[in-house]
Design a binder for this molecule. Structure first.
Ligand SMILES: [Fe+2]
Length: 135
């Protein structure tokens, strides 16, 4: 499971709220796996996570574009990697069902990635936007 902490705030309310929603959707996937809700259900819930992730990254990228964030191209690449990882998990579930290694995969590919991304890359643009929105 993934847990929101105030230290993950990037200083932009809209983004923080979207990150919280993203965490909720990641936890929905854990939940579905642990309750053994079955392959189809887990597949569906991963689909919801993917949809929201794409929406959120889109919102984030539009904001960074608005502020002409110089690291936007690199940031976009990071986002692409995460979406690819979700798609891979999705594919794996479709082909192999929900197995014991899924929780480890979710922790490594979703939880660790998100915490790391938000606390490093997202906080960096948070600082940048803060510095550039005063003028
Ligand atoms: Fe990001």
């Amino acid at each position: 499971m993934i847990k929101w902490q105030d230290t993950l705030s990037v200083g932009i309310e809209m983004i923080d709220e979207e990150h919280k929603e993203l965490f909720k959707r990641v936890n929905d996937v854990f939940d579905a796996c642990m309750r053994q809700q079955g392959q189809e259900k887990v597949y569906e819930i991963i689909g919801f996570l993917k949809q929201y992730t794409v929406k959120h990254f889109g919102d984030e990228e539009r904001l960074l574009e608005k502020y002409k964030y110089p690291e936007l191209p690199i940031h976009k690449k990071l986002h692409e990697k995460f979406v690819d990882d979700i798609k891979e998990i999705e594919k794996d579930i479709k082909e192999n069902g929900v197995n014991v290694s899924i929780i480890t995969t979710l922790n490594r590919k979703l939880v660790d990635w998100l915490i790391n991304h938000i606390s490093k890359a997202d906080k960096r643009y948070g600082e940048y936007i803060k510095a550039h929105s005063a003028d």
